[in-house]
Ligand binder design. Structure first.
Ligand code: HEC
Length: 154
């Protein structure tokens, strides 16, 4: 994507983020299966943009500040979404979610808040265009992904 396209996209992404933030966290799912698909889809999209930042800060892709800011904004927005889709009716469905999620709901939600704090810092840091600082914020965020996966994901 060219820099010009990204510059045009960034404000739109910010507006989308605001619109999502303003929506109460009770997205209506048709059924439990759709909730599982929704959360898995959200994780996939978040992971794609997150790994793009990783590739840039780890020298596998050239660093592009506008692209990094765009990706970090997406990661921050998406990091608010999956949690509402872990309803009780989804516990028995086939997925990579471990039963501990429903036994320790508070701890699971605390881990999701930790991620959202990390992704807010990630997005803020990305906007500065400082690749070295972004690498640190990326590492912090990756640790919160891993901590939750170790405890709650198969
Ligand atoms: C608070 C817990 C938690 C945090 C934090 C978390 N995840 Fe996950 N993640 C899960 C759980 C639980 C699943 C399994 C969901 C399922 O199968 O329904 C999952 C699934 C995934 C998947 C697989 C999606 C699929 O079905 O293909 C990816 C990719 C992923 N996470 C990436 C990430 C990344 C990247 C981060 C950090 C930026 C992150 N996750 C942070 C709990 C978490």
């Amino acid at each position: 994507m060219s820099r010009i396209t990204l510059t045009r996209l960034l404000p739109a992404a910010c507006i989308a983020a605001l619109a999502i933030a303003a929506t109460p966290a009770n997205a209506q799912f048709k059924n439990a299966k759709h909730a599982v698909e929704y959360r898995q889809g959200a994780f996939k999209v978040m992971a794609l943009h997150f790994s793009n930042i990783g590739a840039m800060v780890n020298g596998k892709k050239p660093f592009d500040a506008a692209q990094a800011a765009f990706d970090a904004n997406v990661v921050q927005t998406i990091s608010a979404l999956p949690w509402v889709a872990f309803g009780d009716d989804t516990e028995s469905l086939n997925s990579d979610a471990r039963p501990e999620i429903w036994l320790e709901k508070d701890k699971f939600l605390a881990a999701s808040k930790k991620l959202q704090t990390a992704t807010a810092t990630l997005a803020e840091t990305a906007r500065t265009g400082d690749a070295a600082k972004l690498k640190v914020a990326f590492g912090e965020t990756a640790r919160s992904c891993k901590a939750c996966h170790d405890a709650y994901k198969n």
